[in-house]
Design a protein. Structure first.
Length: 359
């Protein structure tokens, strides 16, 4: 210490030989005896951490980070252990301790920085990773949410309905499989969206998880309409059409405040129509009469569209049905529309009449 040796000398002449001889605990004890706060050792230990990271000695790196009290980096290391390549979420269940450790390290950081005396001593140490308490608390929130996700998937895996836990078998190339990790809330927006979708699809079969989906969407400000619409399309694609009414009832119950429900229903109608599925009951779930007509037109159900249009006494919608009938070669529907328009043209409201004339 008196000579203030270069960090590289500390690493090569002291740390690595000690590590090789499995005497790291003794070295830590000696360093603490010289300086209990480790302030004088901070540059050497930080350089050692970079060296260990280059060598990918990640477990030793984690141990040194904890010894230094570099809680932010230690938390990141724990999360990286959790996110190591895994063939499925079933492996992530076994790594739950890493999430607990990461949360504990973040909480230790917050505790030290809220304590005035401890915070001053902590900030004296060079090269420590510093974050605002608000940032750290947001990371803790993400970990807590990921713990909830993992617990929910574990529940799903214990039941007979667990087809929606993504596995490496879905990945094409062997190289991708070797580096594959199931989507988690630590990923980008796309990965977070995948997690929300997985939770939602599993929720349909387990009657749980809808509140968790809402929480994920709101926490990360995800596109709720896109997620719900994709879930509906996925159910239809995997021949779970019978689940669509229940799914849409749940959308109405849990997601009304964050999504326009009719948009999700219309997406399901469009997908069912492509597969010649029965859409009548689904269309009836729409709240807007105008959207019901849109749905009937989308599915080519012009008679139903016409009957609803005249029930609404809407020349605008009758005209739309007539145009669709003309394009589809449905002469009888076209004649009905034309006759209705001729008969009711004098009875229409001025605004409706103006809209009619614009066609």
């Amino acid at each position: 210490m008196e000579k203030k040796c270069d960090p590289d000398v500390f690493i090569e002449a002291l740390f690595m030989p000690v590590l090789k001889n499995v005497q790291l605990s003794s070295l830590k004890h000696h360093l603490t005896n010289v300086d209990q706060l480790l302030s004088v050792w901070s540059p050497y230990l930080f350089a050692t951490c970079r060296h260990l990271e280059r060598l990918k000695y990640l477990n030793v790196l984690y141990e040194v980070q904890l010894f230094m009290g570099d809680y932010i980096r230690a938390a990141k290391s724990a999360i990286n252990f959790y996110l190591a390549p895994a063939p499925s979420y079933r492996i992530l269940f076994e790594r739950h301790r890493h999430l607990r450790n990461a949360k504990k390290h973040y909480e230790e950081y917050v505790k030290e920085n809220k304590d005035e005396n401890s915070g001053k001593e902590y900030k004296k140490r060079k090269n420590m990773k510093m974050l605002s308490v608000k940032e750290v608390e947001s990371y803790i929130q993400v970990i807590t949410l990921q713990e909830e996700v993992s617990s929910f998937f574990q529940l799903c895996a214990s039941q007979k309905y667990h087809a929606f836990l993504y596995e490496a078998g879905f990945v094409d190339s062997e190289s991708s499989k070797s580096s594959y990790c199931p989507p988690t809330l630590f990923g980008n927006v796309e990965k977070k969206t995948e997690v929300a979708l997985m939770v939602l699809l599993n929720a349909i079969n387990t009657d749980e998880g809808f509140d968790l989906t809402v929480k994920i969407i709101q926490t990360f400000n995800l596109d709720a309409t896109a997620i719900l619409s994709k879930a509906g399309r996925e159910l239809i694609r995997i021949n779970q059409k019978r689940q669509i009414p229940y799914f849409l009832d749940c959308v109405k119950c849990f997601f009304t405040k964050i999504v326009k429900v009719d948009e999700v229903i219309l997406e399901c109608v469009a997908e069912l129509s492509k597969q010649n599925g029965d859409v009548e009951d689904i269309i009836k779930m729409l709240t807007s009469e105008s959207n019901k007509i849109n749905a009937y037109l989308m599915c080519g159900k012009l008679k139903s569209a016409y009957l609803l249009a005249i029930k609404l006494n809407s020349a605008l919608h009758v005209r739309r049905v007539m145009v669709a009938a003309e394009q589809g070669g449905q002469d009888s529907i076209q004649r009905f529309c034309k006759k209705w328009l001729e008969t009711n043209s004098l009875k229409m409201k001025p605004k409706e009449s103006a809209s009619h004339q614009q066609f």
